[in-house]
Design a protein around this ligand. Structure first.
Ligand code: PEP
Ligand code: MN
Length: 353
């Protein structure tokens, strides 16, 4: 990391960037109100920090010993956003701001009617963002893979419904990209690109998604530690895209727990991750529990733990859903859940003041 002097000139900053490139590294430039901070992307051991520190306009140059410095609080304390909360803006919605954000919708987009009916229901229930899978990651090749599996024409049709439903009910929309070939197509239609748990490690997908410039909802893999999660997240930030919303969606359950919940919602990861990074982190109680009867309590718990929002799978008739019916709640139940979460959020906020 290179901290520039408060009165460093644009020419001095450009000179430092040039120098960084000379050593085969990239520069992540954060221009703050008072000073500019330059983070290095690449193998820092190649960098003669002592030499950098002598360049005109440089206040300090040193190595940060963390694999995820661009998204770390440590780096952020020196840069642009400072101590203020970092928010990801999607339309007029702020994720990571004062109020929790609720994303809801079906697991998979199945038809125009299904999607519009659910969109109307979740909007009334208080959701801010509409979700719906078009390309579904499925364990079995014999299961419904989402309408996107029917080819580009069908994918575009489903994505178009998603965009239209979002427009009609005034909600930005989010859907998953499961592979690199889907990125440009999906980016034409949605406001947020979702990278699912199974693809957390797919560097090429992360880079490609980051370069669309769209906000990215990035889910933790069910076997990934926090350090791995944040380290791979850094691949997105290193492309210059920090509009990232992290999502805790449950880790692998152990022993007898396997029979009771689909995964284990790692609530402690929420405040632990918040101590590491300025990026907002939300929770997905639906995939974490796999049980509709646990959504209410785990939603409240996640908000109490400091989640910036929730993703909750919702359907007007969960029993007819082609995917994940067992974990979906109805729009009425979503409303009760959101109302309770808002009370929890308020109580926590009051207790902090
Ligand atoms: C999803 O949100 O549709 C999904 C498949 O979740 P995950 O990647 O967490 O399993
Ligand atoms: Mn699902």
């Amino acid at each position: 990391m290179i901290i520039m002097q408060t009165d460093a000139t644009p020419e001095e900053i450009a000179q430092v960037i040039k120098e960084v490139k000379k050593y085969g590294l990239r520069a992540d430039v954060s221009r703050g109100a008072y000073r500019t901070v330059i983070g290095l992307v690449g193998d820092e051991t190649k960098m003669p920090f002592d030499h950098l520190a002598t360049l005109p306009g440089v206040k300090e140059a040193f190595m940060i010993d963390t694999p995820y410095k661009l998204i770390s609080r440590e780096y952020n304390n020196f840069s642009e956003t400072g101590e203020r909360p970092f928010v990801v803006k999607v339309g007029n919605i702020e994720i990571g701001g004062d109020e929790p954000i609720y994303m809801a919708g079906p697991c998979a987009v199945e038809s125009k009617e299904q999607l519009f009916k659910i969109a109307e229901g979740v909007k009334k229930a208080g959701a801010h963002i509409l979700r719906g899978g078009v390309f579904k990651p499925r364990t079995s090749v014999h299961s419904f893979q989402g309408l996107g599996a029917g080819g580009e024409e069908e994918a575009r049709e489903a994505l178009d419904w998603l965009r239209a439903a979002g427009k009609k009910f005034e909600m930005p929309v989010v859907t998953e990209i499961r592979g690199e070939t889907q990125v440009d197509l999906v980016a034409e239609y949605v406001d947020i690109l979702q990278i699912g748990a199974r693809n957390m490690y797919d560097q090429d997908l992360l880079v490609k998604a980051a370069n669309t410039g769209k906000p990215i909802m990035y889910k933790r893999h069910f076997g990934a530690g926090i350090e791995e999660f944040l380290s791979f997240c850094e691949y997105i930030a290193a492309e210059g895209n920090k509009d990232i919303i992290l999502c805790e969606r449950g880790i692998l359950p152990v022993g007898k727990g396997k029979g009771y919940t689909r995964y284990t919602l790692d609530l402690s990861a929420i405040p632990a991750i918040q101590k590491e990074t300025f990026l907002p982190i939300m929770a997905d109680p639906s995939h974490a529990t796999g049980r509709r009867d646990l959504i209410f309590s785990m939603s409240c718990a996640a908000i109490a733990a400091g989640a910036c929002g929730l993703m909750i799978e919702t359907h007007y008739n969960p029993s007819e859903a082609l995917v994940d019916g067992q974990q979906m709640i109805t729009p009425d139940e979503l409303k009760d859940t959101i109302d309770a979460c808002q009370k929890v959020h308020k109580a926590i906020r009051l207790s902090k003041n």
